[in-house]
Design a protein around this ligand. Structure first.
Ligand SMILES: N[C@@H](CCC(=O)N[C@@H](CS)C(=O)NCC(=O)O)C(=O)O
Length: 200
């Protein structure tokens, strides 16, 4: 039994989604970021954290990749070119989509008010829009970023798309990229994860 520490309203939802994709048993301890309970398992107070026996794994992407590797699904094996290409997609999701979303959130409601900047918000949107163009080019006509099979970066990209539309209120341009995100986010495991989030 895996124990997921972190409210599903945070990036813990990625781990819920992966656990649902893999059909695994898990329990959720819905602790808030920076709470005493979060700081007890991660000195930064960030969530999610996955407890596996007596060990803790910090970071949503590290956790999702670990689960994929351990259960032999939604990933290519380590040491292969395909795995390096898959990891490159994961880094693209974090560098080009998540960083814009996170810095925008910080400048919208997280940082102390006197440190927030509307110019920074505009810069984040600019970077995100540019990333949508890059994604369209790199994706081409593929079903998922690595081809026919859903892998870890599709989950991270799909999560970022929901964050963009529902959190930042940024529009995804109509066309292949929006179709791709709809394909990823309509997977039954994603739908179940979002239903789970509603319970918290
Ligand atoms: N790279 C980390 C980021 C985790 C993170 O920043 N989580 C947010 C909630 S979505 C948090 O705990 N923030 C508290 C803080 O920044 O102090 C991951 O993907 O797990």
């Amino acid at each position: 039994m895996y124990k997921l520490i972190g409210s599903p309203k945070t990036r813990a939802i990625r781990v819920v989604w992966m656990l649902e994709e893999l059909g695994l048993d898990y329990e959720i301890d819905p602790v808030a970021p920076r709470s005493d309970a979060a700081c007890a398992v991660n000195p930064s107070g960030k969530v999610p954290v996955l407890q596996v026996d007596d060990e803790m794994i910090i970071d949503s992407v590290a956790i999702c990749q670990y689960l994929a590797d351990k259960h032999g699904k939604f990933t290519y094996p380590t040491g292969t070119i395909k795995r390096a290409q898959q990891d490159s997609w994961t880094m693209f999701a974090l560098d080009d989509l998540e960083s814009a979303l996170w810095f925008n959130a910080k400048n919208t409601f997280i940082l102390p008010e006197d440190l927030r900047s509307e110019t920074a918000q505009k810069a984040c949107k600019y970077d995100f829009d540019r990333a949508m163009g890059v994604l369209q080019t790199r994706l081409g006509s593929k079903t998922y970023v690595m081809g026919a099979d859903f892998t870890v970066p599709d989950l991270v990209l799909g999560h970022c798309a929901g964050w963009a539309v529902n959190g930042a209120h940024w529009e995804i341009p109509a066309g292949p990229v929006r179709d791709y995100f709809e394909r990823v986010r309509s997977r039954p495991a994603c739908v179940r994860a979002l239903e789970t989030r509603e319970q918290y």
